[in-house]
Ligand binder design. Structure first.
Ligand SMILES: Cc1cc2nc3c(=O)[nH]c(=O)nc-3n(C[C@H](O)[C@H](O)[C@H](O)COP(=O)(O)OP(=O)(O)OC[C@H]3O[C@@H](n4cnc5c(N)ncnc54)[C@H](O)[C@@H]3O)c2cc1C
Length: 357
């Protein structure tokens, strides 16, 4: 008997597992490696949507929670994977500079947008209009986090590597039975794999494919993250992560020639030196129509819960959403209506497959 079976060992599943463990709950994670969004992600966290100059939804709260969460996991796993690094926005015109300064005057953005123009010159990047610096930014090495966390789970017999079979759930007063295991609750955190889940696949999880590269560029001497139409993130040893594309039609995690061309073109808009593509990845971000996470409890089966829809921002959102779900289950603290799946239940539930389960 465990308190929680968690389906999915990406950023969402790990966030919930850790919050449950901190609160002395027992867990078991089931993962089949069918999705790779968390593994290949850029891992950046940035409280500002630079394209629109708006604050990321509840950025302040998420940054605080995120810091505590990753510090705690780093200490537990004795591994550093949260790297604080400035994100510099390259300006292409005086107008862009002016827009930056206008945005940095806004109350909600002023803590995040530095008013110092960065004029440092990086080899192989032309920057006649200089850069603006976003504050409180960095990246999480998500692949390292996943590897280390899975190793910890395996060492403690807390991970089963297989596909979850939804048809085998049996419901009881205490919770559920799955194969020979009993649990009070199941947390479904399958990312884009949600579409196979008959209890929650009525929810409007769109999915947005993204492709990214790891490149080698010995003449690119960067110690910050550069953000324009793509980001360039220094990994050390002349390696850089570059991404990402956005494709709303293709829902596969197969790297494509179109994605490759798009990334190559974008890189050439920023850097003037040669580079070699070392790796080319693709994955599907679990994005939602209204750009808010999918968190909550099944109306019919109260032991079933969902933690999904982290979209383009799993690093910042994961810990905060996991905590909100945990609090709603254990402490009956109502979920924010903006993330609660009930916002869709009203619209979609009659059409859902729930009645057939
Ligand atoms: C190219 C790209 C770049 C990105 N860059 C960033 C970034 O810079 N910063 C950022 O914050 N976010 C970024 N993201 C988004 C981020 O990756 C996601 O928000 C996050 O990974 C979602 O995590 P998740 O745990 O919900 O889903 P996933 O990572 O997809 O994890 C779901 C897990 O569930 C498992 N699973 C699914 N179905 C089943 C089943 N039936 N049985 C067993 N296991 C199952 C899968 O194998 C998988 O391990 C990026 C995404 C992509 C694709």
């Amino acid at each position: 008997m465990v308190d929680y079976i968690i389906v999915g060992c990406g950023l969402a599943g790990i966030s919930f597992a850790e919050i449950a463990l901190i609160n002395n709950k027992s867990i078991l994670i089931i993962d089949d490696k069918s999705q790779n969004s968390s593994r290949i992600a850029g891992g950046l966290y940035n409280p500002v949507i630079l394209k629109r100059f708006s604050e990321v939804w509840k950025a302040q709260e998420q940054l605080v929670l995120m810091d505590d969460f990753y510090n705690q996991v780093e200490a537990k796993l004795e591994t550093k994977f949260n790297f604080k690094l400035p994100i510099l926005r390259k300006f292409f015109s005086i107008e862009e500079q002016n827009n930056w300064f206008a945005a940095s005057d806004k109350n909600n953005l002023s803590p995040f947008l530095s008013t110092n123009l960065i004029s440092k010159k990086y080899k192989s990047i032309d920057s006649p209009y200089n850069y603006g610096e976003v504050l409180h930014t960095g990246y999480v090495d998500t692949a390292l986090l996943l590897d280390k966390y899975k190793q910890y789970l395996i060492e403690n017999s807390l991970l089963i590597e297989e596909s979850f079979d939804y048809s085998l759930i049996e419901f009881f007063d205490f919770g559920i039975k799955y194969k020979n295991r009993k649990a009070n609750h199941i947390i479904f955190a399958e990312g884009f794999g949600l579409h196979r889940n008959p209890f929650f696949n009525y929810l409007p999880l769109d999915g947005t494919k993204g492709e990214l590269f790891i490149i080698k560029a010995p003449n690119l001497n960067l110690d910050v993250i550069i953000n324009t139409s793509v980001f360039i993130l220094p990994l050390g040893n002349d390696l850089f992560k570059v991404g990402a594309t956005y494709n709303w039609k293709d829902k596969t995690d197969v790297p494509t020639d179109e994605g490759k061309q798009e990334l190559m073109d974008r890189i050439r808009e920023i850097i003037t030196c040669d580079f070699e593509i070392i790796k080319h990845f693709a994955g599907v971000r679990p994005t939602v129509k209204d750009r808010r996470p999918l968190v909550g409890t099944c109306q019919k089966y109260k032991s079933l819960h969902i933690l999904n829809g982290l979209g383009t921002r799993g690093v910042m959102l994961g810990p905060a959403m996991a905590e909100a779900l945990f609090d709603s289950i254990e402490n009956k603290i109502p979920l924010d209506s903006e993330i609660d799946i009930q916002r869709f239940d009203k619209k979609y539930l009659n059409k859902s497959i729930l009645d057939q389960t």
